[in-house]
Design a protein around this ligand. Structure first.
Ligand SMILES: Nc1nc2[nH]cnc2c(=O)[nH]1
Ligand SMILES: [Zn+2]
Length: 464
C-alpha cells in the first residue's frame, strides 16, 4: 500500500457527527490527532492550528516536521465517512438504466447480463475501478459489496479496494437456482468452494481484515437451493464472517418465496431456518416484512440496509423505517446500485427523508425522519450494521479516521457581501445557522461539496 497514510495527522476546525439517532453534534475549534495507524489518539477542544502543533503535538511525543495538518476553513466541516451497507459493484455501469421494470424482470433484463459479462477481467477492472473511485468521491469510506459469481473478478474487487483505500466487505454472489444457465453456480458444492476461494484470497492480501473482510452472500432465497443456504449458514458459523442478502423487497418475490419454500412461516423464517439470520446478517430492503418478521429479526439481532433510491426506482415499495426503528432494529443505508440510480449515500440520505414522508402520507404520521435521523442512518447506523461501530461512523478517541471534509462553497463572513465564487450546488448567504447549513447540504449538496476523503487516516480522494 501507499505510504501516504503512514503519517501522523492533525485535523483542525469544525466537526459534525451523530451522537445518537436524534442528536447531531456540531463542534468548533477542535483538533483531532491521528497516528500513523489511522487511529484518533487525542482530541483537544478550543484548539487552533498553532496550539495543536506547538503545544499538543510535543505532548504526544510528535515532531512537528512529521505531522501533516488539515484545517477546515470557516464554514467547512469534517464529517464521518458514509457507509454504504448494500451495493453491487458489477452493476455500476447500469446506474440510471432501469426503464419501467420491477425486480424480477429487472434482474433478467439488465442485471444478470451485465454481471455475467464481468467474468472478463479487463472489463471488471475498468468497472470496479470506476465504481470505487466514484463512491470514494461521494464520501463512501466503507462499502458492503456484492461482486459476481466469478472468483477471479471477485478477488480483483478485493485487490482494488485495498489499493485504492476503500474499507470494504466483499461478497462473491452465491446463486445455484432459478437464474439463467449462463449465469449460475454449477452446484451448491461449487458455490461454497468458490466462496471459500475468495475468503482465502482476502486472507492473503489482508490477513487481519484491517480494511477488507469477506462477507457470505447468498443472493436471495429464490436464487439459492436449501443445500446451498445450509452450507453457507454452516460456513458463517465456522468462520464468523458476516452475511448479506436481500429480503422482502418486492411483492412478487415474497409470493415466489412462499411458493418455493412452503414449509416456512415467512421469508424471514427461510433464512432463520438455514442459519443465515445472525447478529452479523445484513438484510437489504425489508420493504414488505410483517411485524412478526421484524420481531424475529430483532430476536436474532439481524441488521437492516434501507435502500430508498432503489425501492422507488424499481417500484418495490416504501420501507417502514420508523416501525423498524421503534422495534429496536439497527438500520443503515444502501445505494443498492444499480437497482438504485445513484452511487451517493448523500442521495440515499435525502431519499430516506422523502420516502419516510411518503409513508406519512400513507397514514403513519409519526414516520417522518428528521435530518439528524437520516444522517445517523448514513454513518453511525451503517457502522452498527456492518459491526464496526467501535471503529467508524462517528469521531472519538480510539476510533479510526474515516472522514470527509465538506465545504458548502464560499461562506460569506459578512452577511451583506457575497464571498469569492467556489463551485458548489449549495448557496450559503451567511445568515444560516449550522442546522440550516447542514439541511441545505443534505437537500442540495453533492460530490462537489466533498472536498477530501480519508480512510484509516489515508487520504483517498481530494477534489481538484
Ligand atoms: N435490488 C436487488 N435485488 C435483488 N434481489 C436479488 N438480486 C438482486 C439485486 O441484484 N438487486
Ligand atoms: Zn441489492
Amino acid at each position: 500500500m501507499s505510504s501516504a497514510h503512514k503519517q501522523k495527522s492533525v485535523f483542525v476546525g469544525s466537526f459534525v457527527h451523530s451522537k445518537s439517532l436524534e442528536v447531531l453534534e456540531v463542534l468548533h475549534d477542535l483538533a483531532v490527532f491521528v497516528d500513523e495507524k489511522g487511529v484518533i489518539v487525542a482530541i483537544e477542544e478550543h484548539c487552533d492550528k498553532q496550539q495543536a502543533l506547538q503545544v499538543i503535538a510535543p505532548k504526544l511525543g510528535w515532531t512537528i516536521g512529521d505531522v501533516s495538518v488539515r484545517v477546515a476553513a470557516p464554514g467547512q466541516f469534517f464529517f464521518p465517512g458514509f457507509i454504504d451497507t448494500h451495493i453491487h459493484a458489477p452493476q455500476y455501469p447500469n446506474v440510471g438504466i432501469f426503464g419501467k421494470t420491477t425486480l424480477l424482470d429487472w434482474l433478467n433484463t439488465y442485471t444478470f447480463p451485465m454481471e455475467s459479462s464481468l467474468s472478463s477481467i479487463s472489463k471488471a477492472k475498468r468497472v470496479y475501478t470506476r465504481c470505487i473511485q466514484r463512491t470514494l468521491s461521494h464520501g463512501t469510506t466503507t462499502a458492503s459489496y456484492y461482486a459476481t459469481i466469478s472468483v477471479p473478478s471477485t478477488n480483483l474487487l478485493s485487490d482494488l479496494c485495498l489499493t485504492l483505500g476503500q474499507r470494504a466487505f466483499i461478497g462473491r454472489c452465491c446463486m445455484d437456482s432459478l437464474a439463467p444457465d449462463y449465469y449460475r453456480d454449477e452446484s451448491a458444492a461449487t458455490s461454497i468452494a468458490d466462496t471459500k476461494a475468495t475468503m482465502d484470497h482476502i486472507a492473503k492480501i489482508d490477513p487481519t481484515n484491517a480494511l477488507i473482510t469477506p462477507i457470505i452472500t447468498p443472493r436471495f432465497a429464490p436464487a439459492c437451493t436449501r443445500e446451498l443456504m445450509h452450507g453457507l449458514g454452516a460456513l458463517q458459523k465456522e468462520t464468523g464472517f458476516p452475511v448479506q442478502t436481500h429480503i422482502s423487497e418486492n411483492k412478487n418475490e415474497v409470493k415466489l418465496v412462499k411458493e418455493m419454500f412452503p414449509g416456512f412461516e415467512s421469508y424471514t423464517h427461510v433464512y432463520d431456518g438455514h442459519g443465515l439470520l445472525t447478529p452479523k446478517t445484513i438484510l437489504a430492503h425489508a420493504v414488505h416484512l410483517t411485524e412478526a418478521e421484524v420481531d424475529l429479526i430483532k430476536a436474532r439481532e439481524g441488521k437492516i440496509s434501507h435502500c430508498p433510491c432503489s425501492n422507488s426506482a424499481i417500484t418495490s415499495g416504501t420501507a417502514k423505517v420508523r416501525m423498524m426503528l421503534n422495534k429496536g432494529l439497527d438500520i443503515g443505508l444502501g445505494t443498492d446500485v444499480s437497482g438504485g440510480y445513484s452511487p451517493s449515500i448523500l442521495e440515499a440520505v435525502r431519499q430516506a427523508s422523502l420516502v419516510s414522508r411518503h409513508v406519512a402520507m400513507e397514514g403513519d404520521d409519526d414516520s417522518k425522519l428528521s435530518i439528524e435521523e437520516v444522517l445517523y442512518l448514513g454513518t453511525k447506523g451503517g457502522a452498527k450494521v456492518v459491526g464496526l461501530e467501535d471503529k467508524i461512523g462517528s469521531f472519538g478517541l480510539g476510533m479510526e479516521w474515516d472522514a470527509q471534509l465538506i465545504g458548502l462553497g464560499n461562506v460569506p463572513v459578512d452577511v451583506d457581501q457575497d464571498g469569492i465564487e467556489e463551485e458548489s450546488p449549495v448557496d450559503i448567504f451567511g445568515w444560516e445557522n449550522w442546522e440550516e447549513r447542514i439541511a441545505k447540504w443534505v437537500f442540495n449538496g453533492d460530490d462537489r461539496n466533498t472536498l477530501a476523503v480519508w480512510v484509516k487516516g489515508r487520504l483517498v480522494h481530494e477534489r481538484k
